[in-house]
Design a protein around this ligand. Structure first.
Ligand SMILES: [Zn+2]
Length: 144
């Protein structure tokens, strides 16, 4: 591994800490959580609030569903070149109970995933530029 700094592939979507969290918002009116951040109006049709708190979402949850991705993801995601299929997990967060889609860490296939499996959020390098290494969040089975 080189000594280039690690930077987020998409600025502001997660913390860069050893135990990373996704950064979302919570509506001050109804308490609904949003990821990616929602900050202009609340998508809850019964709520008219336009005020949001920025919050760190829980970094653990359980697999709600999963699939195999055999196509390159659209921007802002940057796909590994050459493209190799990877597994995607929809994980229901422990506290917020919202479902967050994310790639599963490299080397893990759908055959190793199960609905209900406990997962945690980690950061993994996505690609290297001349100046830095871009990282993004991925789901990894929670160490028991
Ligand atoms: Zn609301």
């Amino acid at each position: 591994m080189s000594s280039k700094p690690l930077v987020p592939a998409v600025e502001g979507w997660h913390t860069m800490t050893a135990k990373p969290h996704l950064i979302g918002t919570q509506c001050k009116g109804c308490g609904t959580y949003f990821f990616p951040k929602q900050s202009d109006y609340c998508r809850n049709p019964d709520c008219e609030s336009t005020e949001f708190d920025e919050v760190e979402l829980s970094r653990t949850g359980h697999i709600w569903s999963y699939t195999n991705a055999c196509y390159k993801p659209p921007a802002p995601f940057v796909a590994h070149e050459p493209f190799v299929p990877y597994a995607i997990a929809a994980v229901q967060l422990e506290t917020e109970q919202m479902v967050i889609l994310g790639q599963v860490i490299g080397g893990l296939t759908v055959d190793e995933l199960k609905v209900g499996m406990p997962m945690e959020l980690v950061l993994e390098p996505l690609h290297e530029t001349d100046n830095d290494i871009k990282v993004t969040w991925k789901w990894q089975p929670l160490a028991q």
